[in-house]
Write a protein that binds this ligand. Structure first.
Ligand code: HEM
Length: 316
């Protein structure tokens, strides 16, 4: 089947015909912490305007994360120049470093570790050159804490609310996560993460409407879209939202960099691929209500299923 470039590059998240929460992380190859995908310019500009208008909602940090932030900046710049040399360069000249973003036509000369040579904190600065949300987990007392982050495209959560929280407290709202001991197992997995061996995973949900910035703080704007889904408009209005998440242990600060690259795909485009259509149908019809509720799709899931049945009787 001849797939469009968009579908070829779309990070399809499903493996089996049913979905349950699990540690679905896999070793990352190639070990790059960022990816440049279609929509780079649009998303980076959207990020920059969100950061200008709602800085405290989209960026939080504690002063003691500064060294780890510089480590993130260096890692991301190195990966941009290594994996996308036609669009980015990163050189050191004498005491200073020169980072050039050829897509945005921006050149920055700075001294590594010297905050006065950057217009923003290091994490906030480098986050403005990538589509990923960048979160920094600091490790102490055998636990992990969300101590700094730039989050412009959250999937129905709040950085300001979760800032400073431990891994388990962040995941407390997820139904069954604690009861099934998943939080313990995943925390242990993260505490054993090694520098040089990054991992990745995908998270997914269905979303009504097309919007990257679905923070809890803006729920009053996008939440009501869930009531606008009909059997007729589901194909265009509903999107599969996939988060490509990556986990890197930082060797110097021992912190963990958690990156999230959000992708949205209209339902109709997904349904154009028979195997994807069949599998999504199986997953949605079998999905436990507590997961559908938590993922915020209970109000329109049945309309999506009815739309799929109406659209593809023969194949489902
Ligand atoms: C280490 C950095 C991580 C951070 C900062 C993080 C943060 C979050 C946040 C804020 C949520 C939403 C919770 C809410 O409802 O308020 C969430 C959901 C979730 N997280 Fe994490 N997470 C991390 C790593 C992981 C890992 C490694 C896994 C699994 C291997 C994981 C599995 C999940 C799952 C299954 C959900 C529910 C998602 C859904 O159903 O849409 N998280 N995470």
């Amino acid at each position: 089947m001849n797939l469009t470039k968009e579908l070829k590059n779309f990070p399809y998240p499903f493996k089996g015909d049913t979905y349950r929460y699990s540690n679905n992380s896999t070793l990352l190859t190639p070990p790059k912490c960022i990816d440049i995908s279609g929509g780079y310019l649009k998303e980076v500009n959207l990020k920059r305007s969100l950061l200008t208008e709602h800085h405290a909602r989209c960026y939080q940090s504690y002063p003691y994360t500064n060294k780890a932030q510089w480590e993130v900046l260096e890692l991301v710049m190195t990966h941009l120049a290594t994996y996308f040399p036609e669009n980015f360069s990163f050189k050191s000249e004498g005491d200073s470093h020169i980072f050039t973003n050829h897509i945005l036509n921006e050149k920055h000369e700075f001294i590594m570790g010297d905050d006065s040579t950057l217009p923003y904190e290091p994490l906030d600065f480098i986050g403005r050159h990538v589509q990923e949300d960048l979160l920094l987990m600091m490790q102490r007392d055998g636990d992990l804490y969300l101590d700094a982050g730039q989050l412009c495209f959250p999937g129905n959560w709040s950085l300001a609310f979760n800032h400073g929280l431990s891994f388990k407290n962040i995941h407390f709202p997820i139904p069954g996560f604690k009861e099934e001991g998943l939080d313990d197992r995943i925390l242990r997995f993260l505490l054993n993460l090694e520098a040089g061996n990054p991992w990745g995973r995908k998270n997914w949900s269905l979303m009504a409407g097309y919007r990257m910035d679905t923070s809890i703080e803006t729920f009053d704007i996008w939440g009501k879209d869930r009531k606008k889904v009909t059997i007729d408009n589901a194909g265009e209005f509903v999107h599969l939202r996939v988060e490509v998440q990556k986990l890197f242990r930082l060797p110097r600060s021992n912190a963990i960099l958690f990156t999230i690259h959000t992708h949205l795909l209209p339902l109709d485009k997904l349904l154009g691929i028979p195997e994807w259509r069949r599998q999504l149908y199986e997953i949605l019809t079998e999905l436990p209500s507590h997961i559908a509720d938590y993922k915020g799709m209970s109000l329109f899931k049945d309309k999506v299923v009815a739309y799929m049945e109406q659209k593809g009787e023969s194949d489902l």
